[in-house]
Design a protein around this ligand. Structure first.
Ligand code: ZN
Length: 418
């Protein structure tokens, strides 16, 4: 098996950053950056370099570019393998070899089963604890939770698959930004998980029953939010923006402790310029959500919105304009300075991603103003991680901690009130 491993792995980029202590033992792999030896072949060694895997301690010295390179490689390989396991009963043995996580018994079972191409469920259960190959097999049977293990694959199968997806976009005039939508990614994900022979929804199904069902599901979600609005109050967020056809759109969102829900997007080209009309529109929303539930109306800083806000406050006395609450204003300014600093220094950004496990503080694609609000939420979620980062040795010895701006940012994040 050791021989197989070395054969299968020559093209694995992991070998650029690792070496063997003993050329005849390909399970013991030593990291070039920190000298740590892992015992699970090149795959385990890659997990060590990339970090955040259950069975491999993260390498503290691995540069970011290397981490990204290996992560991409593993993801591509995994995708290809999924396509291959679904399309062909026999596949390249070596593709599996370098992903085996080191449990020899498990490898044995797979080898035996592979010949027959069938995987009795009892065996699958036995395998369920392991990683890599087992995940793929279970996935084949459509029984698996999401495989979060980065696996082996080759670039061609993925290229072929995404080419078809791309063609679907081009042939049907689907806007490119759809590719960024969460629902698109989820759709791809579940199609993959379903496996071959998924019967696509028909024209009629899409138009009637599925649509009806979706409205129902959405209403259920909104009702859950609504209960929260009743309990704790909520904020209405209205944000203006224009689409590609130069129409002015206003997006209405309602935010509560339960989260933010998108209510509606209104084409306001005809009346956005006047505060009165806008006020009417906002007012209608306050009515719809229930005035007693609305704590505040948040809008962007366009003069029309400011005017509308004033009019609305005259009418509905207890509603506040969030921009005027000084604490929030200060918090927002500080948050903006903090994020500006982190995202303005790629080294600091990389450090932050280590500490937040690759969670970002800002997300593109959300409307301008909701952005600032949601960013505060994100900051709040990452509070502990960020604090850990700014008190870590890594930060202290870095050159950024010596910059005056860096010092003030660190001060901000450690303030108890922040
Ligand atoms: Zn290392």
């Amino acid at each position: 098996m050791a021989e197989d491993l070395s054969k299968g792995n020559r093209r694995d980029p992991g070998w650029k950053y690792n070496h063997l202590q003993n050329p005849n033992d390909t399970t013991r792999v030593t990291c070039n950056f920190c000298g740590k030896t892992t015992r699970g072949g090149i795959n385990r060694a890659k997990q060590h370099l990339i970090g955040n895997f259950r069975n491999a301690a993260k390498c503290l010295n691995c540069p970011h570019e290397v981490r990204d390179e290996l992560r991409n490689y593993m993801e591509e390989k995994k995708l290809r393998k999924e396509v291959y396991t679904n399309e062909f009963s026999g596949f390249d043995e070596f593709d599996y070899q370098d992903d085996v996580g080191g449990e020899d018994e498990v490898q044995e079972i797979i080898h035996k089963k592979r010949g027959r191409g069938s995987f009795p469920s009892s065996t699958s259960k036995k395998l369920a604890k392991g990683k890599g190959p087992m995940d793929v097999f279970l996935q084949m049977q459509g029984t698996l939770r999401q495989a979060n293990i980065k696996d082996s694959c080759d670039k061609e199968a993925r290229a072929m698959t995404i080419q078809k997806v791309a063609r679907f976009f081009y042939n049907n005039g689907i806007p490119f930004n759809v590719a960024r939508s969460k629902s698109f990614k989820e759709a791809i994900e579940v199609v993959g998980r379903y496996g071959p022979n998924l019967k696509p929804p028909s024209y009629h199904k899409l138009r009637v029953p599925l649509l009806r069902k979706e409205v129902e599901l959405t209403n259920e979600i909104i009702n859950k939010h609504r209960q929260e609005w009743l309990k704790y109050g909520c904020s209405i967020m209205a944000d203006g923006g224009s689409d590609r056809k130069q129409r002015t759109l206003i997006n209405f969102l309602v935010n509560s402790l339960y989260g933010t829900v998108f209510m509606e997007s209104i084409d306001a080209s005809s009346f956005v310029k006047t505060g009165e009309k806008l006020c009417e529109l906002l007012d209608r929303y306050v009515e719809r959500v229930g005035e007693q539930n609305v704590v505040q109306v948040i809008s962007d800083n366009g003069s029309n919105f400011v005017l509308a806000g004033q009019l609305l406050q005259r009418k509905r006395r207890h509603i506040e304009d969030i921009g005027k609450i000084p604490n929030i204003k200060k918090a927002l300014q500080r948050a903006i300075a903090l994020i500006g600093f982190i995202y303005g220094h790629s080294g600091v950004l990389n450090m932050m991603r280590d500490f937040t496990k690759n969670k970002e503080l800002v997300k593109s694609g959300i409307t301008r103003f909701a952005l600032s609000f949601l960013t505060l939420q994100r900051l709040h979620c990452q509070k502990t991680n960020l604090r850990a980062m700014f008190t870590s040795d890594k930060w202290m010895i870095s050159r950024w901690s010596k910059l005056p701006k860096g010092k003030s940012i660190a001060h901000t994040i450690l303030m108890t009130t922040f």
